[in-house]
Write a protein that binds this ligand. Structure first.
Ligand SMILES: Cc1cc2nc3c(=O)[nH]c(=O)nc-3n(C[C@H](O)[C@H](O)[C@H](O)COP(=O)(O)OP(=O)(O)OC[C@H]3O[C@@H](n4cnc5c(N)ncnc54)[C@H](O)[C@@H]3O)c2cc1C
Length: 490
């Protein structure tokens, strides 16, 4: 591409690439500039431990990607991206060899919960009947428009979603198994589980299990990033890597610039162009708890005591409901938990291509105080060993990242926070600053497009897609966003 493009996107994460694809679909010339040497942001896959062992450095499991209207339209199958569904979406093991399982079938999941099966059906049954309306509203809510027919569905969901997950589980369940099963999903939000909206996180992720599933991507999440770049290049777009943007004046003359960055990075790049009021709101925006992550190369699958846990894509390693709540409370209060909530993923359960024959990849992270550099390896491995004795004997190699290293891998992970800002009630209502349209910034033609905007974290591309629609309307006068271009015939 020669000369000045119509639009520049800063950052080649899922949101940046989604924004670029929507803009390119309108026939605009689009350039993506990326600080790292590889595209993908939170979708990169690397040989972190040993040759032939392919580890997702960040995202691996894609309930939000499978549900996302953007990726449904992008049509992963026609782009050569294969979604693989584990038999057990996620498992939650307990002492003594018991485990609660989230299975694709609502009925089978409920049947395994004994007396709490009825509560599980009562909770998820009605939501699943309305899942399309609820999920579409969740993804597009920032536009503050709700089709009349969707009002009852969204209102019913909202009433259950606003409280804490502790409140919700007390209302529906008696047993530790059922309560921990839901709390384990809610804990993905990196918030203390006694806080408002944690119920909503548990419900969205719980509903996704029985709706479009919790799939992984064959070969690793990088395959999705690469497919998005290929699609962009097929339309004449270009991606420039190893290019850290520090000053937006670099793009003077470019009609639209979309930022897949933190709000803080945008304000720093925009300098005096940003009014003091907006700058103050951004300074108040909270990037809370960080993570400590370990990737392992294993000689065998993890030897979970409960054989059903060996079939799960994701495992919430935390013990009882009370321990799950306490583990998250410690991280939220700035303490290093002794028995943490460990979020573990075992990709080779469904995808043998990620390791040489007989080998396995496995990862886990724990939530830790913002910016923590404490080495959590011993604590994490002890917690896994508690439910999988002999685990340590299967380890061939490991790679660790503390919060500072998680940020070094991707500038958007400030202090190791992988959500680009806490998904707390306030920060979900006004993400990242209280404005009617939070993609628009006070600088003409400059838009925020990252997970710091609605609908927030995870690989779904919807922050970028929504931001691109606003830019198309404001800058180019295109009120009806064009459909994505289909993959060319093979
Ligand atoms: C360890 C870990 C595990 C995760 N697991 C999952 C999971 O299983 N499923 C899931 O859905 N989500 C998961 N996530 C979250 C998910 O990866 C993010 O929510 C998602 O990637 C956010 O997308 P994004 O496009 O907003 O930002 P990012 O993916 O962070 O991409 C932003 C890009 O912008 C670039 N950039 C930033 N600033 C600049 C600059 N100034 N100049 C140039 N380039 C810049 C960065 O280098 C980066 O490539 C995980 C995250 C982590 C860290």
């Amino acid at each position: 591409m020669n000369g000045t493009p119509d639009a520049v996107v800063v950052g080649a994460g899922p949101n940046g690439l989604a924004a670029a694809l929507r803009l390119a679909a309108a026939g605009l010339s689009v350039r993506v500039v990326e600080a790292a040497s590889r595209v993908g942001g939170g979708m990169r896959t690397e040989e972190l431990t040993l040759p032939g062992y392919r580890h997702d450095v960040c995202s691996t499991v894609h309930p939000m990607g499978a549900a996302s209207p953007f990726f449904r339209e992008f049509d992963l199958a026609t782009r050569g991206v294969r979604l693989l569904h584990p038999e057990v979406a996620y498992a939650h093991p307990f002492d003594g060899g018991r485990a609660a399982l989230a299975l694709p079938s609502l009925t089978e999941t409920a049947d395994r919960l004994g007396p709490d099966g009825a509560g599980y059906r009562r909770l998820f049954g009605p939501l699943l009947k309305r899942s399309d309306e609820i999920i579409d509203y969740f993804f597009r809510s920032a536009f503050r428009r709700l089709p009349t027919r969707a009002v009852p569905s969204v209102a019913a969901f909202g009433l259950q979603a606003l409280p804490s997950v502790g409140w919700l589980t007390r209302r529906y369940f008696e047993s530790d198994e059922a309560r921990a099963l839901l709390a384990g999903a809610a804990a993905h939000g990196m918030l203390e589980l006694t806080r408002p909206v944690t119920a909503g996180l548990g419900l969205i992720l719980g509903m996704a299990v029985h709706d479009r599933g919790w799939p992984l991507i064959e070969g690793g999440s990088q395959a999705l990033a690469d497919a998005m770049v290929t699609a962009l290049e097929q339309q004449g777009g270009e991606v420039v890597t190893d290019h850290l943007v520090t000053d937006l004046r670099e793009f003077d003359g470019v009609p639209a610039v979309l930022l897949d960055t933190t709000p803080g990075a945008f304000v720093a790049m925009a300098g005096n162009a940003v009014p003091a009021g907006y700058r103050r709101w951004v300074q108040r925006y909270r990037h809370g708890a960080g993570i400590f992550k370990i990737d392992w190369a294993l000689s065998e699958p993890v030897p979970w005591t409960n054989p059903d846990v060996r079939r799960a894509g994701t495992v919430h390693v935390a013990g009882s409901f009370a321990e799950t709540v306490e583990g998250e409370a410690a991280a939220g209060a700035g303490r290093v938990p002794d028995k943490p909530y460990v979020l573990a993923v075992q990709p080779t359960v469904v995808d043998p291509t990620r390791a040489p024959a007989g080998g396995h990849v496995f990862w886990a992270y724990v939530h830790v105080p913002h910016g923590s550099t404490v080495d959590m390896t011993e604590v994490v491995e002890r917690q896994i060993e508690r439910f999988a004795p002999g685990f340590r004997d299967t380890i061939i190699a490991r790679h660790t990242m503390n919060s500072a290293e998680v940020e070094a891998h991707d500038l958007n992970n400030v202090g190791g926070n992988i959500a680009n800002g806490d998904p707390s009630l306030w920060q979900m209502l006004a993400r990242p600053v209280p404005r009617w349209n939070t993609y628009r910034t006070p600088v003409t033609g400059r838009y925020l497009a990252s997970a710091a905007t609605p609908p927030g974290p995870a690989v779904h591309g919807m922050c970028g897609d929504n931001a691109a629609r606003v830019a198309l309307r404001d800058v180019f006068g295109i009120r009806q966003a064009p459909a994505l271009r289909p993959a060319p015939p093979v």
